[in-house]
Design a protein around this ligand. Sequence first.
Ligand code: KIV
Length: 276
Amino acid sequence: MYVQPADAPQRKPVTVPGLRAMKARGEKIAVLTCYDASFAAQMESVGMDVALVGDSLGMVVQGQSSTLPVTLDDMVYHTRLAARGLAATLLIADLPFMQYRDPATALSASTRLMAEGGAAMVKLEGGAPWVCEVIAALVEREVPVCAHLGLTPQSVHKLGGYRMQGKTEEAAARLRGHAHAVTEAGAELLVLESMPAALAGEITRDLPIPTIGIGAGADCDGQVLVCYDMLGITPGHRPKFSKDFLAGRGSVREAFAAYVEDVRAGRFPGPEQIAR
Ligand code: KIV
C-alpha cells in the first residue's frame, strides 16, 4: 500500500472529467508510462497527472522487439502493481494487441484491467469504423476510453516500421477524420504519436477532448513519454522526441519532477525534440 512521503503535495485525485476541465483551463497534462509500484510512487509524489501502463512494457521491461507479444495477463499484472503506488494520479492501461478485436472481447479485457488491475480508463489504437464501434460499446458500459492515433505500435508490421505518420495531405486528412470519429464514438482522451506538430496542433484545437502528444509537437494538451526513455535507461537508441531528464539530476524523483514542471510550463518538448 502506498504511503505518501511527508513532503508530497496534497492534491485532489485526477479524474476522467477533470482531464477535460484541464484542457478547458489551458492546463497542460503530464503523463508518463509506468509499470510497477515503486516508479508509480515516485510519480505520485511529484504530482504526475496520469500514469499509463503502456504495452510498451513488452519492449522496455520484457525486452521484446515489439508490443505484439504482450498478453492481457501481463497488462493486468503490471496495472495492479502500478495501482498500488498511486493515490491521486489517474491510471490508464493499454488493451493489448487483439484484445479489442470486437466489442465482446474488449469488454471482457477492460473488465479485467479495471476490476483486477485498478485502471480508471483503457487505451486502444486506431480510428477505423470497427475501432469506433468498440469504443462506443465500451463507453456505453461506463468504460472510459483513451484513443491512440498516428504511429500506432500494434500496427508496426502494416506500417512497415516505427515511422512518423500523417506526412502527406491524404494521410493527414485520414488522421483528422479518425480523430473526429473516435471523439464522436465517446473517447475522452486521445494520444497522438509521431505526427507533424502542425497536424497535432490542428487536431488539438478542433477537438473538445484533450490530446496527449508523443513526438507530436508542443501544441497538444499534454505530453507522454516512456519513462525508461526519459531516464536514459532504454537500451539502444532513444527516440529524438524524448529527452534524458535524469542527466544532471540526482534521482529518479527529481527527473520526474523536472518533467512535470517542464510539461506544465510548456518547456517540453523544446525545439530540439520537435521534428520539422
Ligand atoms: O505503450 C505505450 O507506452 C504507449 C505510449 C508510448 C503512448 O502507448
